[in-house]
Design a protein around this ligand. Sequence first.
Ligand code: AHR
Length: 538
Amino acid sequence: MPTIRRREFIGGALVTSVALLAPRSANAVDARVEVLINEPIGTISPEIYGHFIEHLGGVIYDGVWVGEQSKIPNIGGIRKALVEHMRRIKPGVLRWPGGCFADSYNWHDGVGPRSERPRRTNFWIRDTTQNSDSPQVYEPNQFGTNEFARFCKLIGAQPYFAANLRSLPAKDFYEWVEYCNAPADLTTLSRMRAVAGDREPFGVRYWGVGNESWGCGGNLTAEEYATEFRRFIAWVPRYSVKLAFVGSGPNGADRRWTRGFFTKLAEKGENFFRNLYGWGLHYYCGSTGKKVSTEYTTDEWYELLGKSDRMESLINDHWSVMGEIDTRRQVKLVVDEWGAWHERDKSMPETYLWAYPGTLRDALVAGINLDTFNRHADKIAMANVAQLINTIHSLFLAYEDKFIATPNYHVFEMYSAHQGGTSLRTVFSAPRVSYNVAEKPNSLWGLQGSASLHDKQLVLTVVNPHHNQARETEIAIRGASIESCQSRVLSSPDIHAHNSFANPRGLEPKDAEVTISGSTFVYQFQRASVTRLQMRLA
Ligand code: AHR
């Protein structure tokens, strides 16, 4: 992408042709965004705006599940504030029960009367204080299949189950599908579901077959995993829902895993790829060293944003390997774990692994990733941020009756306007930002984002990573003119800004009306910001 030099923008012709919207700084326009209405990329799947909950730390107990008898307001045991917030952001899909936990989980433990369910050692026990007898360490199985399906229904998300391939036989997988999807009166398992209060089948379409099978999911080679995958998905009962199987894909840049799996699968013929709906890529960025989420230098601000931007090359790299073998492009990418990973904040209990209030920096990471997925709408079928509440890149933090939305939540709310739209090719040109990593010079683009069209509504989201410079930007809508425009901006003069239990609304987006007409205008993207412009086209 060409970087436009500042002097190219200072010519009188350009300056007189634009409507001046934002307060002009002494600087002339130094960046440009061109939205190409007639260059569609693909439909932005609502499932790109997907989430993930795992029986890890404080995610399920007490993030999601507080229990029916709790003083904390709940709907059938599920935290009410969480349900209400989730409804506002239109979550496309919700993945459960892991993560690594999935390959240690026996779904039979989590069905039937709650008082009779067994207590088990949680997969994550090695990462936490072992002398605690809390539900974060010893799994009480109070939140199981029916509870998860009800949570999905309450928030309007499709369920996405991750099945155990490491420590249970394929038979248990088939039975889980049967428990969820078979009509009530037909089998013993579907009758059990009905007795538990859910007569109608859950109609679960998305099934992950193992998780991180290269590591916690079995330490398999790509070839071994391909063989297991084939066996697991062979002749699974389908009932009325067409099942969509997701394979356990690579750890970040591991192209060998992708190539090995696809090559092995292709031994059964290229038609076999019809059975693989998605290939699950996992990529986390994180602070270097054991750092909490709220402490970083300006260089570390950029370092994390730069790391999160690797998502784009990972998508392109794996997509190109997949296409060499699946030449008819039957398989899409599913980025079913992504986010920025820091240390637990000391204000959260020790057993709440990696629980922290994300900051403005994490919000920009969210914007960068969601924009990347939108720009690759032709390749990405689904993405799931890790995780929803109380761990890693969470949208919420909860402890007993305290509950807050993090800046990540606000980005998801802003970007939900992209769902189901047609992603449009959009060209960003701005001076790059320079910074140092371990005293070595590095740089990052100056503006980046994505655009989508929904009939006459155009949504443009943009990240300005500069910690203290706004970007005076010419925005050109090629192929349409604009009737009206609203902006919504998440930003702060403090790059460490975040919300906390004491100050739950410290960082929130702000709305403004933008007065424009025509197809070209100047807009000032605030420093350190995520912006959404919603335009009504003529
Ligand atoms: O999201 C936390 C963990 O990260 C997941 O359990 C695992 O799949 C990944 O390594």
